[in-house]
Design a binder for this molecule. Structure first.
Ligand code: ACO
Length: 444
């Protein structure tokens, strides 16, 4: 018997099967050989929400959720946050290695040369109402970008892939800032290519009538570190979306737009917005114990807590907590931070959270910083989407070049009605009966 195998006995038939074990996993397709007879389809693995299924091999990001470790291409997040810049980290995430000076200069130049968007993007945004959520605008505008580059957008051409990658990383802050300015009715600010990636973003967001905008160095660096921390996070909901949608061979813009849509939800990147709304609603440190009780009673979720992979303190949350104080030295303390700290203190001492291994995640403190810097709450998920674009593009490129990947197409376990025949309307079950009503409601 080979050493790296798993022997499975099917008690329905008494037959034994040897399944190869590679990288701590078996191939789900090998289960298909396990059949009760020749007509049987074969065994499927059932894994709702893919909690124990590796859908790809990846070399981008490593997470040890039990130990609270996060590395991009092998480099610990703490070292990158301390010493790198977002653009250098984006290079690392997309290309796999840290750049030398020449490559970093070329990469920075190439991204910076793509910060401008077509005039029609502004016209497109004008169609949105003044109170449209900026994340909804971003998702739609990124998808619309595919129409601007239709002719030179060939996903099987390496140069084209690289060009769209530079365009997306370069234009994302511009589109994000335009979404914000649209909601205020302010004129759009052209990119200033003399500024850093985050400095230029701050300029496009907040520049008013001044000739040139000088970003506050503390804000510029804090945002840069936050961008580093958000660059990638292996197979999360939005990375899975970019891979699944991209697997149909749609262009990068539509695939990234799908990822941004996945990020928008309050259980994923929308959580930073939900945290601030929650802290505002709690209102005072005195109300924290009652709020925690309502969470324990199952009435609420403690937003910004818990993670599918981390069963320990999210290493990004630890770094963000430190940056918060650097920003508050400049802005004054965001009063919500006291409520957040009290929530964390009580939760980390409470058996409900301890036994479920629920710790603060990346979104718990990031919103307090964004708010102190003057970003409106609705922009928070957008601030997540900008840096995550490099991660999405790296995940997408890995998927598109992986010979083992195909169009994503999961199986299902069908538990619906067996085949039945169309009946004339007068012969159908009475919808007023309890049984039929329940069936209808269940399906809505
Ligand atoms: N507050 C209260 N209870 C929670 C929380 C929370 N934030 N998160 C999980 N739990 C409880 C669940 O009720 C469940 O309890 P039970 O076993 O008694 O039923 C248990 O902990 C396990 O929770 P699951 O929902 O099974 O965990 P899952 O891995 O599916 O969910 C998720 C992870 C979605 C992040 C969840 O923890 C959550 O909803 N957190 C709040 C939203 C949030 O902060 N999302 C941002 C995540 S980070 C990111 O995406 C960038």
């Amino acid at each position: 018997m080979a050493e790296n195998t798993l022997t499975v006995t099917d008690n329905r038939t008494g037959k034994s099967y040897e399944l190869a074990v590679e990288n701590g996993s078996i191939r789900a397709i090998d289960l298909r050989n396990i059949k009760i007879d020749e007509d049987d389809f074969g065994l499927l693995s059932y894994d709702p929400a893919l909690v124990n299924t590796a859908a790809c091999k990846s070399t981008i990001t490593f997470i040890d959720g039990d130990k609270g470790i996060l590395c991009y291409r092998g480099y610990p997040i703490e070292e990158l946050a301390e010493s790198s810049t977002y653009l250098e980290t984006a290079y690392l995430v997309v290309k796999g290695e840290l750049p030398d000076q020449d490559h970093l200069d070329a990469w920075t130049h190439n991204i910076t040369m793509h910060t401008m968007v077509h005039q029609n993007v502004g016209k497109f945004l004008e169609g949105f109402r003044y109170d449209a959520h900026p994340m909804g605008m971003l998702v739609s505008t990124v998808a619309a970008m595919s129409t601007f580059y239709d002719g030179d957008n060939d996903i099987f051409d390496v140069e084209s892939r690289r060009l769209q990658t530079r365009r997306l990383i370069g234009k994302m802050p511009t589109i994000a800032a335009m979404c914000y300015r649209h909601s205020l009715g302010l004129p759009y600010v052209l990119p200033d290519n003399n500024l850093s990636y985050t400095g230029n973003f701050l300029s496009m967001m907040f520049k008013m009538t001044e000739q040139s905008f000088t970003p506050k160095p503390v804000f510029e660096r804090a945002l840069d570190v936050l961008f580093i921390l958000h660059a990638d996070h292996e197979q999360n909901c939005s990375a899975n979306a970019v891979r699944a949608v991209g697997s149909s061979h749609v262009d990068q813009y539509c695939a990234v737009s799908a990822a941004a849509a996945a990020l928008y939800g309050p259980l994923h990147g929308g959580a930073n917005e939900a945290v601030i709304r929650m802290l505002t609603e709690i209102g005072s440190v005195n109300n924290v114990p009652a709020f925690i009780e309502s969470v324990k009673a199952g009435e609420r979720r403690l937003m910004g807590f818990g993670h599918r992979v981390y069963r320990n303190y999210d290493p990004r949350a630890r770094i963000i907590k430190e940056i918060a104080y650097e920003v508050f030295e400049e802005t004054g303390k965001n009063p919500l931070i006291d409520i957040a700290l009290e929530l964390e203190r009580i939760a980390l001492d409470d058996d409900y959270f301890v036994s479920r291994r629920l710790y603060p995640n990346v979104d718990f403190y990031s919103g307090s910083i964004y708010q102190a810097m003057g970003f409106p709450v609705a922009m928070f998920p957008v601030l997540f989407a900008i840096p995550r674009t490099s991660g999405w593009l790296a995940q997408w490129a890995e998927m598109i070049q992986d010979p083992e990947q195909k169009i994503t197409r999961p199986r299902q376990i069908y538990l619906g009605e067996p085949t039945r025949h169309w009946a004339p309307i007068e012969g159908r079950p009475d919808p007023k009966t309890q049984e039929v009503r329940e069936r209808f409601f269940r399906r809505l």
